[in-house]
Design a protein around this ligand. Sequence first.
Ligand code: CU
Length: 169
Amino acid sequence: MTKLCLSFVSALAFSFFSSSLAAHSGHNHSADTAQLEVSNAQVREFLPGGKASAAYLTIFNHSGVNATLTKASIDGLARVEIHEHTHVDGMMKMQKVESVVVKAHESVDFQPGGYHLMVFEPQEPLKAGQERKLTLYFSDGNRLFTNIEVVTLESQINKAKSSAQHSHH
Ligand SMILES: [Cu+2]
């Protein structure tokens, strides 16, 4: 396992939550991508000494045509990559992908264990509670602008725990 994966994998034990972060869902997308919407956009603080962190979100495609995400950028981060996790011979691996298709009238979750954004090279530390600008680039030239919330690993764990309590007892 590479260093790069460590902080991410530690979060995989916890189920993704769908919570009040939906407050950020897209009302600020540009006119020509009005049919695309983002919710639950969140990026984790870098762990001490960590070289990478992960960002999660859900992209909704309300239109009748497929949308292909080809790139993402977040203010203050020099590099953002689109990754996916795959199971190979029982092992979880992640790899960079060039694009993700969000089918017409469907949505794609970027979440632990699936697609995610991997972020590198912060130009200043990410601090929980901040909001950064997230830009998503699509193959047809459209861009989607929204905000992404910086969260702590602990807050993700706590939210996962509380939702687990609800679902199990
Ligand atoms: Cu990754």
